[in-house]
Write a protein that binds this ligand. Structure first.
Ligand SMILES: Cc1ncc(COP(=O)(O)O)c(C=O)c1O
Length: 389
């Protein structure tokens, strides 16, 4: 049979870090000790109350399809979480439980992206966004951002990049790979520009809960016409369970429901029963202790990397990443990432994965491993750069 994939495949690039990850695994198989700082998921296991709730549900035979938009009791529990954590009222009817934030993004763009419609995204940014948009035949448009705007888009930048074909804006706060936050007035200003231009506004809040000074405000407070993307993956530490949610503007709920019925049938039912325990006080206590641990790691790693010659221009306010300018150490971050892996067994993600805004100058370190391993990584890096830690 002739190999003939759909033409949209031409716009979909692989994750470059996967190549690095595969090499790291090879080296491990050869007996090398690799410190994984490329991984974008918490190293902690899913909290026990969540795991127990899912196991109980499976044992009780709660393994059938659920409603397409999720179990009504989970949608209600998420609505209650908005009330308790943010003091915001979001009707459960506007909440869709999805297959991770990825599922939410797919449903949102399946619902909103017309062929050729343009979508504004921050560069650097989460790489899958532009490929998801391409999969629905939209056109991702990169807005280069830097320290001047805390690596987030601004209304001025929106005005500069908005065209007659622009259909909307997607931001993340805290952002990946930079960890920077948007304040509520900043979110509101972006929402106003989108409204004035007749565009959609989507806010990815997947790293909410993983902030280390100020809590991240939810864009739910800036208008009920904003699409909120959320997940159980990061703060709730359920990456492999494939569960997230989306807060949908009222007018689109039925459209998303129809899409969910056809594209996915429903999110994993046992995972949803597990997630019902995610908001229980004993779970939140575990998660808050882990948040404090992430903060300790960040507070150790950021100055240590700075003292080695990395420049952290993005204020790491949340998530679990440090996005570093490495241009005083190397003029090619991709080569640097490969070399660090091969010579000292430290895996990090080169800027190339996050867009085309000076990627060769940047590298992302994830602090998704324990303090002892981070200290070991810093020692190895110091040896590599010929310095003392
Ligand atoms: C900004 C951002 N959005 C969405 C996702 C997708 O996460 P998931 O599908 O596991 O919820 C990720 C994963 O790393 C991410 O960093």
């Amino acid at each position: 049979m002739t190999y003939r994939p759909a033409s949209r495949l031409a716009g979909i690039a692989p994750f470059h870090v996967v190549e690095l990850f595969t090499r790291a695994r090879q080296l491990e198989a050869e007996g090398r000790d690799i410190i994984h700082m490329e991984v974008g998921e918490p190293d902690f296991p899913t909290p026990e109350p969540i795991a127990n709730a899912a196991v109980d549900a499976i044992k009780q035979g709660k393994t059938k399809y659920s409603e397409a938009l999720g179990l009504p009791e989970l949608r209600a529990a998420i609505a209650a979480f908005y009330r308790s954590r943010y003091g915001i009222t979001v009707p459960a009817s506007r909440i869709a439980v999805t297959n991770g934030a990825s599922g939410a993004l797919n449903l949102a763009f399946a619902c909103l992206a017309d062929p050729g419609s343009e979508w504004l995204l921050a560069d650097p940014g989460y790489p899958c966004n532009r490929h998801i948009i391409r999969a629905y035949e939209g056109q991702p448009i990169a807005i280069p951002v830097d320290a001047a705007s805390n690596f987030q888009p601004t209304p001025t930048l929106l005005e500069r990049y908005w065209s007659a074909r622009t259909a909307g804006l997607l931001v993340a706060s805290p952002a990946n790979p930079t960890g920077t936050l948007l304040t509520l007035p900043e979110i509101a200003a972006l929402a106003t520009t989108c409204r004035q231009r007749g565009g959609h506004f989507l806010v990815d809040e997947i790293y909410h809960g993983l902030t280390y000074e100020d809590d991240a405000p939810s864009a739910c407070a800036a208008g009920d016409d904003i699409w909120i993307i959320q997940s159980f993956s990061k703060y709730f530490q359920m990456t492999g369970w494939r569960l997230g949610w989306m807060v949908i503007p009222e007018a689109y709920v039925r459209d998303v429901e129809k899409l969910a019925q056809n594209l996915t049938l429903c999110p994993s039912t046992p995972a949803q029963y597990g997630a019902l325990a995610a908001f229980a006080p004993e779970t939140l206590e575990i998660l808050e202790a882990r948040r404090a641990e992430f903060r300790r790691r960040r507070d150790f790693l950021a100055p240590a990397l700075s003292s080695l010659g990395f420049t952290i221009t993005a204020r790491p306010q949340g998530a679990f990443y440090l996005y570093c300018d490495c241009s005083s150490l190397s003029n090619d971050s991709f080569h640097l990432a490969r070399d660090l892996l091969e010579t000292v067994g430290v895996a990090a993600t080169p800027g190339l994965d996050f867009g085309s805004n000076a990627p060769e100058k940047h590298i992302r370190f994830a602090y998704t491993t324990g303090l002892d391993r981070l200290a070991e990584a810093v020692d190895r890096l110091a040896g590599y750069f010929g310095q003392r830690a």
